[in-house]
Design a protein around this ligand. Sequence first.
Ligand SMILES: NC(=O)c1ccc[n+]([C@@H]2O[C@H](COP(=O)([O-])OP(=O)(O)OC[C@H]3O[C@@H](n4cnc5c(N)ncnc54)[C@H](OP(=O)(O)O)[C@@H]3O)[C@@H](O)[C@H]2O)c1
Length: 317
Amino acid sequence: MTTAMSRALVLENFGSLPRLVERPVPEPRPGHTLVRMRAAQVGHLDLNVVDGKFGILPELPAVPGTTGCGVVLASGIHPEGTLVRLGGKGLGLRRDGCWADHALVPDAAVEVVAEGTDPALACSWFSPAGTAWAAVHAVAKVRPGERVLVTGAAGAVGALTVQVAARAGAEVIGVVGRPAKLAHVPAPAKSLLASDLSAEAVGGPVDVVIDTVGGPVLRDALPLVRPRGRVALVGYTAGREFTVDLADFLLADVSLLPVNLMTRGREIAADAEALLADLRTGALTLEIERHGLDGFSEAAERLRSGEAVGKVVLELG
Ligand SMILES: NC(=O)c1ccc[n+]([C@@H]2O[C@H](COP(=O)([O-])OP(=O)(O)OC[C@H]3O[C@@H](n4cnc5c(N)ncnc54)[C@H](OP(=O)(O)O)[C@@H]3O)[C@@H](O)[C@H]2O)c1
């Protein structure tokens, strides 16, 4: 009898790229679901794991990939052929994850997805949609008529934040780092280059900044906020640090508020699901870059460098 084989990206050393290998399809076992993968996300968190720079790391060798989507092959709880999303329960962190043609995962890491959903969307929407909702509604508490500046506005979180803030009735200004990304800021936001950020370019003080980029961009955006305004900080792709003059900070009277999807996941889950329905119909948009398993190094490089637009996903099978 021949053994069925499956491709997987296997991480052997932190700090180097995972290697594409052929290995036997995992054997089904009780309490676990065997999935033929269709898509797996390459996210900033996954790259931090590859680099060995995250608080939870797997024992090596390991298959990274914290979220994915595929079709059930064998399971005690789901019929064969069911479209499912995989995530949580330590996938890609404490145990093998989704960067493979097949994944054997605990039943609790499996969630059924509506038939017909694009697998690449199913595995990548939750984090940007949930974070955008948390930033706009739970943290910044954007009100109709407010002026909201969003940085990294062509990124996955940024682009959805622009759309969620506009739906909340805000006037939105989207800021990007590269000229090529100006065209990717979703309507109806006005778009602007980070290098051109000034009170004049923005058209006067803003009520809220939602920052997905950090570093010098956050430093330059802070003075644009009106007294008693809010800054919601989501990410730090452009730098983990910035310095602030405490006297200026007190005078400015602007609140700097962290957005943490991990602590707000349950709170915003239903709203994120509603956003998925709109992403499926095209009422909201999330750009997705698609790569093959053998194109992983290019996918990772585009995400790391900031060249990528929207989500980066490996298409499998
Ligand atoms: N707080 C939370 O709970 C939470 C949840 C989800 C994500 N995040 C974080 O939020 C951030 C944005 O996530 P995302 O999915 O929207 O990422 P993304 O799609 O990669 O967008 C991030 C933006 O940052 C800029 N950028 C990327 N790499 C850069 C680099 N090396 N140097 C300078 N700028 C760079 C790019 O914008 P420009 O080209 O326009 O400069 C890019 O569009 C990430 O740090 C992610 O880890 C946080």
